[in-house]
Design a protein around this ligand. Structure first.
Ligand SMILES: Nc1ncnc2c1ncn2[C@@H]1O[C@H](COP(=O)(O)OP(=O)(O)O)[C@@H](O)[C@H]1O
Ligand SMILES: Cc1ncc(C[n+]2csc(CCOP(=O)(O)OP(=O)(O)O)c2C)c(N)n1
Ligand SMILES: [Mg+2]
Length: 287
């Protein structure tokens, strides 16, 4: 089974509305007067981070990618639970964790620690509080909506290449992604659909399209200024960007720091079209 097939099989179990059909960034649970937003992501050595990377950067990325899912729902983080496999330089993991939690004012609530053989893996559950109701989902995009991107793409890819090849180029976008928490909270009341991009713009756009039963028509000339020169095609597919992708009324780009990259159209043959055609090759990263 691949990732998509496995998640499909789980859908038969996760039937509560709070699970949002396992087709969203997070679960949403109304609890007393609050709405809780819950998400979990795992990172694996050699899959998500390079072997031998500073554990302080691993801790940062682990928490940041989970906070990015909360950002996609316009939620404010409350706390996290972390799992860790003991290795070398564990004190650096603690230092990185302290840094990211202090930066985003998030509580460490608990977690788990184990020792094991083989590639190491780290898990994080993040708990947030919704700041706007309804909590933006992936299924609200409608024909006529504009498509917006909340930041640049393809720079984690460059950072990965710099770190892997040990060059002097900037690797911070790969090592230390920045969750767009404030932007997500600002956008939440105005968007029809929103998520964060982790697996690549085109693949994650197809997830909004499929959830909403529409097609997302993206234009290269609008995306190009947000991507590294000469790497646009890779930048739209590599992933690890952790910027917000949303749909909504025209003019959001005048109110917020987002860039319009296309238009939602009625559902066509393909979930995503690029300059009017079905994009070639893989749309993004899949396990
Ligand atoms: N092992 C699992 N058990 C339960 N739910 C899962 C599992 N793996 C993925 N999901 C759910 O499937 C959906 C898609 O997951 P994913 O693509 O990882 O989302 P994201 O990119 O926002 O992290 C989410 O609702 C997630 O909670
Ligand atoms: C060493 C290494 N190789 C390749 C990549 C590229 N990569 C691996 S996983 C991934 C996407 C995000 O991971 P996933 O587990 O799908 O996160 P989620 O969508 O659940 O948030 C990307 C871009 C990487 N980050 N690090
Ligand atoms: Mg995930």
């Amino acid at each position: 089974m691949n990732e998509a097939e496995f998640i499909s099989a789980l859908r038969a179990i996760a039937t509560s509305p709070q699970a949002r059909g396992l087709a969203d960034d997070a679960a949403v649970i109304e609890f007393g007067s609050e709405t809780l937003v819950l998400t979990h992501d795992t990172m694996v050595e050699s899959v998500h981070v390079l072997e031998g990377q500073d554990p302080a950067d691993i801790a940062w990325k682990l928490v940041a990618v989970n906070l990015s899912d909360l950002a996609g729902k316009g939620a404010e983080p409350v706390g996290v639970l972390i799992s860790h496999m003991l290795g070398s330089d564990d004190h650096r993991l603690v230092a990185g964790l302290k840094e990211v939690l202090e930066t985003y004012d998030v509580l460490l609530l608990g977690g788990d620690t184990v020792r094991g053989d083989g590639a190491r893996a780290w898990g994080c559950t993040a708990i947030g509080r919704a700041c706007h109701s309804p909590v933006p989902a992936r299924d609200g995009a409608r024909p006529g909506d504009a498509i917006y991107l909340g930041g640049r793409i393809g720079f984690a890819m460059l950072g990965f290449e710099a770190l892997r090849d040990d060059t002097d180029d900037d690797d911070s976008a790969y090592r230390r992604p920045v969750p767009q928490l404030a932007l997500g909270r600002d956008l939440a009341p105005h968007v029809s659909a929103m998520m964060d991009i982790s697996d690549g713009l085109l693949l994650d756009a197809s997830r909004i399209a499929n959830a909403s039963s529409v097609t997302l028509a993206i234009e290269r000339t609008l995306v190009a200024p947000l991507a590294p020169e000469d790497r646009l095609e890779d930048a739209m597919r590599w992933g690890d960007d952790y910027v917000l992708l949303c749909t909504g009324p025209a003019g959001l780009d005048a109110q917020f720091p987002v860039t319009r990259i296309g238009q939602v159209t009625a559902k066509g043959a393909d979930p995503v079209i690029l300059d009017g055609e079905c994009p070639e090759g893989n749309l993004g990263y899949t396990h």
